[in-house]
Design a protein around this ligand. Structure first.
Ligand code: DAH
Length: 370
């Protein structure tokens, strides 16, 4: 029913008014008798009393306004009576809960034994979680946490980290470079950092020694994706510079960190390696966490798993830092640095065999870390 069905009144004598208002009052009563639930009561209210589309509003607009002045008084009284009638019906209807039929009640009832609406709690992504775990291990040793830009210059990513010209890591095979920078000097050209090591230099340039800092962050390489490689991944860089820092400090620190991360029974060993920015350099291996060092498929029967790179900061790197902070004089201070891949550590800790799982956004995977 719409308010359009309020007809225009043609006669305004008492008999005509009596008939017209009686018809509306009956209609309202009939409508009200059919109300069975709160939604219907509300619809009734809107239909009759609604400010814009309500039928009474329409009666007022069509009849009161069109009435000759001698009929206005009677019409107004009848209008007020009708309005009161509708309001009483509404009140009775609103309280009609007690008179509703059982089936109407049943339809409205809430089964409080049903499980409620489940709102999923968010959880830390396994990469974030691993980053935080690593961060906490070093924070407990007094390290601060730093960061640096992901879009880096050739100078910070390579040159000051002592990558000689022609070093294979500078090759665009590995490095994603920003296009159209040929006119810039090489050192200013932008690229996506291939490691977090440039933040070592940014840190030293901004503060004199002593420094103890770790730098978690995202890095990029032009690697094809496979089970263990992804063009975007995460590293945690570490740097410690002070007077009399030795290789023993490096070994002790990383041995402690690996035990804190993988369990106190884990052993570490250091293998000679090469990185341009450390001398000497080492690869750190931990005893296989899957077989305890006996030899299994995971460790290729060797009993050891290679986990990170490290070394004593090369004096050439200190010399670059000393251009801005003279206190990095390699004759007076020394230090060590290390860098680890977060995905690799997370994969080992949580038994994940596909690196792509971290980035696929599959709730079945991510939900396991909730
Ligand atoms: N930046 C190296 C990489 O991406 C990792 C690394 C090795 C960092 C040795 C270091 C380090 O600080 O001392 O492969």
């Amino acid at each position: 029913m719409t308010n359009v069905d309020i007809p225009n009144l043609t006669a305004f004598d008492e008999a005509a008014l009596e008939q017209a208002f009686a018809a509306l009052a009956k209609e309202a009563s009939d409508d009200a008798a059919a109300l069975t639930n709160p939604a219907a009561v509300e619809a009734f209210r809107l239909q009759w009393l609604g400010r814009k589309q309500g039928r009474l509003n329409e009666v007022s607009a069509r009849w009161l306004k069109a009435a000759p002045s001698e009929a206005k008084k009677s019409l107004g009284q009848r209008f007020n009576a009708l309005k009161k009638h509708v309001e009483e019906l509404l009140e009775a209807g609103a309280g009609a809960g007690s008179t509703w039929s059982d089936s109407a009640l049943a339809a409205e009832a809430i089964d409080i034994t049903l499980p409620g609406t489940q709102r999923l709690l968010g959880a830390e992504h396994p990469i974030t979680r691993t980053l935080n775990e690593i961060t906490q291990v070093f924070a407990a040793l007094g390290y601060s946490v730093g960061g640096g830009p992901e879009v880096e210059t050739d100078y910070y990513n390579f040159e000051c980290m002592n990558f000689p010209p022609g070093h294979p890591a500078r090759d665009t095979q590995d490095t994603l470079v920003i296009a159209n920078q040929e006119r810039r000097p090489l050192r200013d050209r932008l690229l996506l950092r291939t490691h977090t090591s440039p933040v070592q230099m940014r840190t030293m340039e901004s503060q004199p020694p002593p420094v103890r800092i770790i730098i978690p962050g995202k890095v990029h390489r032009n690697d094809a994706q496979d089970a263990t490689h992804s063009p975007i991944f995460h590293q945690v860089e570490g740097l410690c510079v002070d007077t009399n820092i030795t290789f023993s400090d490096l070994k002790g620190t990383l041995d402690h960190a690996m035990k804190a991360l993988f369990g106190s029974s884990v052993k570490t060993r250091f293998f000679p390696s090469f990185f341009p920015f450390t001398e000497p350099s080492a690869d750190v291996q931990i005893s296989c966490i899957f077989c305890g060092g006996k030899g299994c498929r995971k460790c290729k029967q060797s009993g050891w798993i290679e986990l990170l790179g490290c070394g004593m900061v090369d004096p050439a790197v200190f010399a670059f830092a000393a251009q801005k902070q003279p206190a990095y004089d390699p004759r007076k201070i020394s230090g060590f640095a290390f860098g680890m891949g977060v995905e690799r550590i997370a994969m080992m800790k949580y038994g994940i065999s596909e690196i792509g799982q971290f980035y696929a956004g599959d709730m079945r995977f991510l939900g396991q870390f909730a």
